[in-house]
Design a protein around this ligand. Structure first.
Ligand SMILES: *[C@@H]1O[C@H](CO)[C@@H](O)[C@H](O)[C@H]1NC(C)=O
Ligand SMILES: *[C@@H]1O[C@H](CO)[C@@H](O)[C@H](O)[C@H]1NC(C)=O
Length: 416
């Protein structure tokens, strides 16, 4: 297939490393070019291990899969959204409305809508104002994106230096992909490919993800390699993307823990949520302890070295062989509903935490962790993830290192 399968938009946008800019082109040009896909680079930040998306030329927004809207600090004079608006009704996560009485702050007249971010990983409800920003994507004029701004510096997680705000990709009609989809008539889905390096960007697609190509040029369209699993909605945390996980294998042996821990209870606890703001996958103690034990057993022939916080098992990395997918080590399989499995190899299971310390890159979330598993960014790196919002399913590839590429191998000048 040739490069022409990328829409011309891709070319224009990626030339500037952005997909929303404050320029508009003549309308005739706009009509001539159908938009299928919008593309933006993703940067990994150190030491925060957060990932940002570049919008409006060079503004960095932290990618957050549990926040429903775009967030930034409020400009001193900003328009607000009325409580009576549809957006306001659609906006408030349920577990937060209890705290502050409805979607709007009724103490203020005229009543302006209070925006909340649900933060399933912290169980907090940061809030701010809703406002409508007019962002002008190239070749179309004026879709406005409902956005929120924080009046009280309650933007969590702490933003890396230079970041403008948070791009909420969480499950909601108000999330960025859904708003783009409604206004630009593109497919309601997005793809992220998180880089494992700070040296080169990974890539996000909004709209059609076909074809998804990385260098070298002879690789197939990676969307042909996707496996799918349903995305589940947790009524208590409706903005998060949950997976139905049936079990975990270490070295092909099932890890013994109460399967019940992986099920939702009526308080919305349990199951498995995906997060790009948690650096390492965090397991409820009842899952973590048997998992750690199984991994220790599977690697017992390899010399341990002193632990490096926050990890509990570190191996002497000079004793480990290396493979295309990182250190050669017992593989971890996450068994998903529907028979698919997600296999984690050395590059995503061990992290170099010292000169000779390769540590198991999973963290104990404690006995009171809200979620059974929060899948963190380190485990997602160098995988293509397609969030198909219309069909409520997640497409995922295995480690792209297995086919000698990675998320930082997107050619941003393709199609020029
Ligand atoms: C790790 O293994 C190397 C090579 O066998 C050895 O020289 C080194 O002392 C070991 N490191 C630790 C901390 O035990
Ligand atoms: C990226 O794409 C451009 C345009 O097709 C091409 O000229 C360039 O060689 C590609 N870069 C690499 C590293 O293949």
């Amino acid at each position: 297939m040739s490069q022409s399968h990328y829409s011309p938009l891709l070319l224009t946008l990626t030339t500037f490393h952005l997909f929303i800019i404050s320029t508009s082109l003549p309308p005739t040009f706009a009509q001539a070019i159908p938009i299928n896909t919008l593309v933006a680079p993703i940067h990994k930040h150190s030491p925060s291990s957060l990932y940002t998306l570049t919008l409006n030329f060079n503004s960095q927004y932290v990618i957050d899969l549990t926040t429903p809207t775009l967030w930034s600090s409020c400009p001193s004079n900003h328009p607000t959204t009325l409580c009576s608006s549809l957006q306001c009704a659609a906006a408030a996560p349920r577990q937060c409305t209890r705290l502050r009485g409805g979607g709007g702050d009724a103490g203020h007249y005229p009543c302006t809508c209070t925006a909340y971010r649900s933060a399933p990983t912290t169980n907090k409800c940061p809030y701010g104002d809703y406002l409508t920003l007019t962002l002008t994507p190239i070749i179309l004029s004026g879709p406005s994106v409902v956005s929120s701004c924080s009046t009280n510096n309650a933007i969590h997680p702490a933003l890396p230096v230079g970041a403008t705000g948070i791009i909420g990709l969480g499950n909601s009609q108000l999330n960025f992909p859904s708003q783009l989809s409604a206004q630009l008539k593109i497919q309601n889905q997005f793809a992220i490919c998180l880089p494992s390096t700070t040296a080169a960007p990974g890539v996000a697609f909004f709209g059609s993800t076909k074809p998804f190509r990385l260098l070298p040029p002879d690789l197939p369209d990676l969307t042909t390699l996707l496996s799918y699993t349903p995305l589940i909605k947790n009524p208590k945390n409706p903005n998060g993307y949950y997976l139905d996980v049936e079990g975990i294998l270490v070295n092909n042996q099932p890890v013994q823990f109460l399967e019940r821990v992986l099920e939702f209870d009526c308080l919305g606890h349990g199951w498995v949520v995906i997060s790009t703001t948690v650096p390492y996958t965090t397991l409820h103690s009842r899952v973590y302890r048997p998992f750690l034990k199984a991994f220790v057993r599977a690697t017992s022939r390899i010399q341990c070295v002193p632990k490096v916080k926050p990890f509990d098992l570190c191996l002497n990395s000079s004793k480990l062989g290396s493979t295309r997918m990182g250190y050669g080590i017992a593989q971890i399989d996450v068994m998903l509903k529907g028979g698919e499995k997600w296999t984690i190899f050395g590059r995503n299971s061990l992290v170099q935490a010292g000169p000779e310390a390769a540590c198991l890159a999973f963290v104990d979330g404690g006995p009171r962790a809200e979620q059974a598993v929060v899948v963190g960014g380190y485990q997602l790196e160098d995988h293509l993830l397609v969030f198909d919002l219309d069909r409520s399913r997640l497409g995922f590839t295995g480690s792209l290192l297995g086919i000698r590429t990675g998320c930082a191998s997107f050619n941003f000048t393709v199609g020029v």
